[in-house]
Design a protein around this ligand. Sequence first.
Ligand SMILES: NC(=O)C1=CN([C@@H]2O[C@H](COP(=O)(O)OP(=O)(O)OC[C@H]3O[C@@H](n4cnc5c(N)ncnc54)[C@H](OP(=O)(O)O)[C@@H]3O)[C@@H](O)[C@H]2O)C=CC1
Ligand SMILES: O=C(O)[C@@H]1CCC=N1
Length: 277
Amino acid sequence: MSKTPTISFIGAGNMASAIIGGMLEHGYEADNIWVSAPDDGHLQSVRKQFGVSVTTDNRHCAQQADMVILAVKPQVMADVCRDIAPMVQNTRPLMVSIAAGLTAETLDEWLGGGLPVARVMPNTPSLVGKGAAGLYANDQVSDEQKTMVQSVFDSIGTAVWVEEENLLHGVTALSGCGPAYFFLILEALEDAAKNAGMADDTARTLAIQTMAGAAEMAARSEHDPAQLKQNVMSPGGVTERAIHAFEDGGLRDLIQKAYSTAFKRSEEMAEQLAGKQ
Ligand SMILES: NC(=O)C1=CN([C@@H]2O[C@H](COP(=O)(O)OP(=O)(O)OC[C@H]3O[C@@H](n4cnc5c(N)ncnc54)[C@H](OP(=O)(O)O)[C@@H]3O)[C@@H](O)[C@H]2O)C=CC1
Ligand SMILES: O=C(O)[C@@H]1CCC=N1
């Protein structure tokens, strides 16, 4: 596709806003973006914030698109898809779902069948160009359409194709949910520092910079995280005590448990929603 593709978002919530904000920040033209959602008041604030075109009519939104990004909650996806199915069966845009769990087969069935359907599991740091997304496409998606969806998610972070759709459960439990895990750790670290008497803004600044610095270092280093951790743990020093406290408290098991629970929930949602009539 030589012209800039028109991209329509159905749903204007946290994740759609993060993707749109990231795309605009990275040079995508607001003129080529449409957004629909039920609440006109909310849409008008989206229009003001981003300068995109808005409508409360999902069909009208989908009609404009080379690529439709379905950004509603999984539980309302069936109704949304069935409503726009007659329209997209005519225009045949690339349909992209960012919903957790829902399979391409289920989505395609709700959309009337035979459409190019891709799935993306993005995350909210897309807003600041630091997203991490897993991508999957069904066999109706052309190479040109794969390039189109990849270029959108590459522009707002890192996008990685998975060979098998089932692998998206693991992507969801890692990078889809992951920002929340790190925000929890930030909250807890800030609280610990404040409990010991540190000023609120100092605790926040130091905690955020430490997390960002550790991530940047892990990304650039030739060493693995275990070695980088060891490099901070002076024998008989301070960090060693804290790391032992984490290990003794079962932090690794807890992380494994949280990850597995998220993974299972993603599988469970796929099964439950596939049965939705
Ligand atoms: N949040 C995250 O970090 C991530 C979310 N996802 C996936 O993204 C999807 C959206 O999640 P999120 O953005 O957090 O959810 P939000 O609740 O923030 O946004 C959902 C949006 O859908 C709109 N909506 C509801 N019903 C309809 C309808 N019938 N037609 C059109 N729009 C409708 C809502 O409108 P209104 O505001 O007017 O109610 C809202 O704008 C989910 O499927 C989730 O699995 C994937 C990865 C990460
Ligand atoms: O919690 C959720 O269901 C969505 C999917 C990944 C992140 N948020």
